[in-house]
Design a protein around this ligand. Structure first.
Ligand code: IFM
Length: 442
């Protein structure tokens, strides 16, 4: 099976990449990394499928060269990776772990040696446990600590990375983890969640400022988006959908680009925002050079009894991925278009994550994942429609290079272009990897 879009169907200079994150692939037990809130979350009964954690993961810490060969072998231009805070600063502050710095130094040089653009994300969710003990993202001090970590790691690799973004998916860091309780630290507390929502943006701004002070360029932000669609025609469903959309899709963009939060959230958020929050927008709005959009699915939203946001997700009619996520490529076109129109104007946009979990089948030693090829194809078509409408999309990044640790769902959900046998750790490129390689050669 082939992708119907080749490299030549995209503008000159459009970059294609694939993404991973530190805790999901490296093997956190190796190289002197400190404990994280994901280790303790996973060790608490009921939080993670089979209580799996990232201790070994894909052992990328030792197999990084083989993995970078796979990125280059697909003909990709860019590799989006993240740096583990707890690997660099096991205590979350102060002294750096030399082995951690050396690891990312080797990784960046390894990317450059293969002609790949290193696209760094500073934080993809493995908060050092000592900072979690001090309240983590609820504590305003996290922003200063994060700026210090940024300075430490970027003094080492900032001269060679192609791009850098502070925090992957602020909604997951704050709302999913402090209000819905699905990710570490597993809280279900609106006050904790609202403070985390704000502190994530403050930390983003301080990290951008720290990187500018080092003379770094091509700095961005990466947010995730879910198309919110009303489950029925009622005004109540429309209002609930607006609440969902405001928290998920508009809160961070409003803060970053407009220096305010959506009116829809303020009724519930105002009592919980930290004192003096308005003054932080000067920091939060530190200019950035691009925005990354992570997009996977849509949600159907109904009104529901109970406290704010008084909504429920209901199943929709479209075909679903193994995550149970509806496949709705139109949502990607929607967000690219609406983001440029309402927030970013001419700022370059990148699709920094897109992909699907699928129960890949092994046929005569090959991994067949026709569903994934079709998913990527449909989303590349959505990107092309946005480009045709004049949206300045500059790149597309597949999640993920490797099957890996899918957080609370453990190793059961496979998102990789490359299959990983979690016993032998053998890597096997899937049909989608080969189809992408052929498309990029066209
Ligand atoms: O695996 C995650 C990743 O860590 C962040 N974005 C979504 C992916 C799939 O759920």
């Amino acid at each position: 099976m082939e992708l119907s879009h080749g490299r030549s169907d995209f503008p000159e200079g459009f970059v294609f990449g694939t993404a991973t994150s530190a805790y999901q692939i490296e093997g956190h037990a190796f190289g002197g990394a400190g404990p994280t809130h994901w280790d303790t979350f996973a060790a608490t009964p009921g939080n993670v499928v089979r209580a799996e954690n990232g201790a070994r993961a894909c052992d990328h810490y030792h197999r990084w060269a083989e993995d970078l060969d796979l990125v280059a072998g697909a003909g990709l231009d860019l590799y989006r990776f993240s740096t583990s805070w707890a690997r660099i600063q096991p205590e979350g502050r102060g002294a750096a772990n030399p082995e951690g710095l050396d690891f990312y130094d080797r990784l960046v040089d390894g990317l450059l040696a293969r002609g790949l653009k290193p696209a760094a994300t500073l934080y993809h969710w493995e908060l050092p446990a000592p900072l979690a003990d001090r309240g983590g993202w609820q504590n305003r001090d996290i922003a200063a600590r994060f700026a210090e970590f940024t300075d430490v790691i970027m003094r080492r690799i900032g001269d060679r990375v192609w791009s850098a973004a502070p925090i992957n998916e602020p909604w997951c860091v704050a709302w999913l983890s402090h209000f819905l309780g699905h990710h570490a630290p597993g809280l279900r507390d609106i006050r904790a969640a609202v403070r985390a929502m704000h502190h994530v943006l403050l930390a983003h701004g301080q990290a951008i400022t720290a990187m500018r002070a080092l003379g770094m360029r091509n700095l961005g932000a990466v947010c995730n988006f879910e198309r919110a669609l009303p489950a029925d025609d009622s005004p109540a469903a429309a209002a609930a959908t607006d609440r969902y959309d405001a928290v998920y899709n508009r809160f961070f963009l409003s803060g970053l680009f407009h220096g305010r939060y959506p009116d829809t959230v303020m009724e519930a958020f105002a009592p919980h925002l930290p004192v003096g929050w308005e003054a932080d927008f000067d920091t939060i709005r530190a200019p950035i050079d691009w925005l990354g959009l992570n997009y996977y699915t849509c949600k159907r939203i109904a009104a529901a009894p109970g406290p704010w946001p008084a909504l429920a997700e209901v199943p929709g009619p479209l075909p679903k991925t193994e995550m149970g996520w509806e496949i709705h490529p139109e949502g990607l076109e929607h967000f690219l278009t609406a983001t440029a129109r309402d927030f970013t104007g001419d700022l370059p946009l990148y699709v920094t994550e897109n992909g699907m979990a699928a129960p890949d089948t092994r046929v005569a030693g090959r991994i067949e994942d026709a569903d994934r090829i079709a998913y990527l194809d449909a989303h590349l078509a959505a990107v092309r429609r946005a480009l045709a409408a004049g949206v300045p999309v500059r790149g597309y990044v597949v999640w993920s290079l490797l099957d890996n640790y899918e957080w609370a769902l453990g190793y059961a959900k496979r998102f990789g272009l490359v299959h990983v046998d979690f016993e032998s750790l053998q890597r096997t490129p899937k049909a989608s990897y080969h189809a992408l390689a052929r498309a990029l050669a066209r």
